[in-house]
Structures are given as C-alpha cells and as structure tokens.
Design a protein around this ligand. Sequence first.
Ligand SMILES: [Zn+2]
Length: 202
Amino acid sequence: MLVKAMEVGQLSTNCYVVTDESTLECAVIDPGAESGRILNYIEENKLKPVCIMLTHGHFDHTTGVDVIQSEKDIPVYINKKDVLETGHASLKFSFRPFVRYYGEGDEIKVGSLVFRVMETPGHSEGSVTLICEDAIFSGDTLFRSSVGRTDFAGGDPDVLLDSLRRIAALEGSYDVFPGHADATTLDRERRFNPYVRVALEG
Ligand SMILES: [Zn+2]
C-alpha cells in the first residue's frame, strides 16, 4: 500500500491517493480541491482510480469530486448523513447518480486492499474513519494532538468523544492520516492527545 498525501485548497485539506502497488489500482480520499494536481499525480504514475471515498461532506473535503469523477467515471462513497438530501440542511454535498452510501462495517475493495468503514460522528453526523491494513484515515475526527471542530451544524462534542473512544479501542497501533495537518500514530494519540485521553478516562 502506497499512501500519497497532497495538501489541497485554502483550508489545507489532506487528500490521499492510496494505491495497491500490485495492481496500480487506487482510491482518492477527500479530493477537497486542486483536482488537476490530483489527476496529474494519477496520470504520471499510471494509476487506475477505482473510487473516491469521502470522510465527510464538508466542502473543503469534496470540492474536487466532480472533476475527478467525471474524468474517471468512478463511484463516490459517502455516509448518507453527510449528503444534503438526507442529512443536515447546511451541507453542500448533493446526491448525484454516481454517489454510493457507505456505513458502519462496510468494506470497499481497491485492488487487493480492503477499506473498512467505521462511523465516527461528532465533527459531522456522517463522519467516517477508514481503516486499511495498518493505516487509519480519520478525516476531521482525529488530528495529531487535536480533533476537528464540533461547532458546525451536526457537530456534537460528546458524540465526538464516543467516536474517539472507539478509535482508541482498536487493537494495536496504526498510522493515522488525518484530514488536516501532520500524520501521526494511534499510539502517540492515545498517549498525548488531550481529547483522546479524556475519552479514555470518561
Ligand atoms: Zn470538516
């Protein structure tokens, strides 16, 4: 598994292109902006994108979806609760025919890679965390030493703590690739992230 992080857009969102090196099939996680740069990376490396996966529906994670989707004709996965038509009225991400819903326990295959979906609401109602091999893509649920805001519509700090508790309860350590700022590990966050510590003590 090859994880390419690309910081995109004015809010410095982390887009990840995750590739199965045995087949060159890849998934694009959170193409928040700069779709041209993401497509260049895909084409320069002769990758075969099979889907877009969204950790949640906020615009800074989704604005690059349409260009990549129409160029590559691939499905876009998101949790139902973060789509305008079925979620909060403040969401901007709208249902379109290429949208597929995913939720707790679903598995998305990308070549030989399997991404497991964990619903981790709190930052938004439909936030998910994606787990693949020894990597976690945590969106805006878990950051290095911090967490995503809970003051947007659909956010809830108590629900976020429950989600952090569930992530921290995963066995072993993982590399954590968050929606903003630097990557980290789950072990480090269990020890040093004040929000995870509160969640584990609560
Ligand atoms: Zn967000």
